[in-house]
Write a protein that binds this ligand. Structure first.
Ligand code: 5RP
Length: 248
């Protein structure tokens, strides 16, 4: 894993000989690293931190570990994040061990001007929603490509019980959406909870709160990837002009 640091607004990485070189990250990854670093700066010592999942969060985990910040510990939203945190020496607790988290930091597939999000591109949406719901605030870290006026361009992930797939695909068809079971290596992807994911294309979600409530009640739905009831409190949006802080 590369150690990344910021110096004079440039993203640098540490070489084996402890020299620093300008990072060769893609410009999108540089934005992800910038928002991740900013999120670490917002975290106070002696607090509990919820940790999301995905490539942006991976930068956050690296920056958190590198900061040496004296937090009480973390609760993670996926096996992948747990492994990365532990590998870097950050303590991970189970969700049941920590009644309330001070802050939850996670990425998103889309976020709108009200802080409503689509999440689940990394298939971790159920645990992400659970950890978000036990957190006092939600810091969403995204690059500018995730900012949308209306949710629905990104295929909506929905974690489901496999036996309900056919009926749920029909229900989404009635709403104008095309749902497909997400595959990995030609077989249905199995989530950390041993379930399946539907990806629904063609939706335009104009009422995220109502939509989330409705779909959450359909038999067989475990979690819908609209995060409106668990919306972001703050968005750190990475753009070529730097990190914008948007509060909802
Ligand atoms: C995982 C998620 C991620 O937050 C979302 O997919 C964004 O990921 P990335 O930072 O890799 O773009 O919801 O389930």
């Amino acid at each position: 894993m590369k150690t990344l640091i910021f110096f004079n607004n440039r993203l640098l990485y540490e070489t084996k000989k402890r020299n620093y070189r300008v990072s060769s990250l893609s410009s999108q990854d540089q934005l992800k690293a910038m928002v991740a670093q900013k999120a670490v700066e917002l975290i106070k010592p002696q607090t509990w931190v919820g940790v999301g999942t995905g490539s942006t969060v991976n930068f956050f985990i690296d920056a958190l570990a590198q900061s040496g910040l004296d937090i009480l510990g973390t609760v993670s939203s996926s096996e992948a994040s747990t492994q990365r945190l532990k590998h870097l020496g950050v303590q991970v607790f189970s969700s049941e061990e920590v009644p309330v988290l001070d802050v939850y930091v996670d990425g998103a597939d889309e976020i709108d001007p009200k802080g409503y999000m689509i999440k689940g591109g990394g298939a971790a949406l159920t645990r992400e929603k659970i950890v978000a719901a036990q957190s006092k605030s939600f810091i969403c870290i995204v690059d500018q490509s995730k900012w949308v006026e209306t949710l629905g361009h990104f295929p909506l992930p929905v974690e489901i019980i496999p036996m309900a797939a056919t009926r749920l695909i029909e229900r989404f068809r009635d709403l104008g959406g095309q749902a497909q079971v997400r595959l990995k290596d030609g077989r249905p992807l199995i989530t950390d909870n041993q379930q399946h994911i539907l990806d629904v294309r063609g939706l335009s979600i104009k009422d995220p709160l109502g939509f989330e409530s409705m779909v959450s009640q359909w038999p067989g739905v475990i979690t819908v990837g609209v995060f409106a009831h668990q919306k972001a409190s703050v968005c750190l949006l990475g753009s070529s002009d730097g990190v914008k802080t948007i509060t909802f």
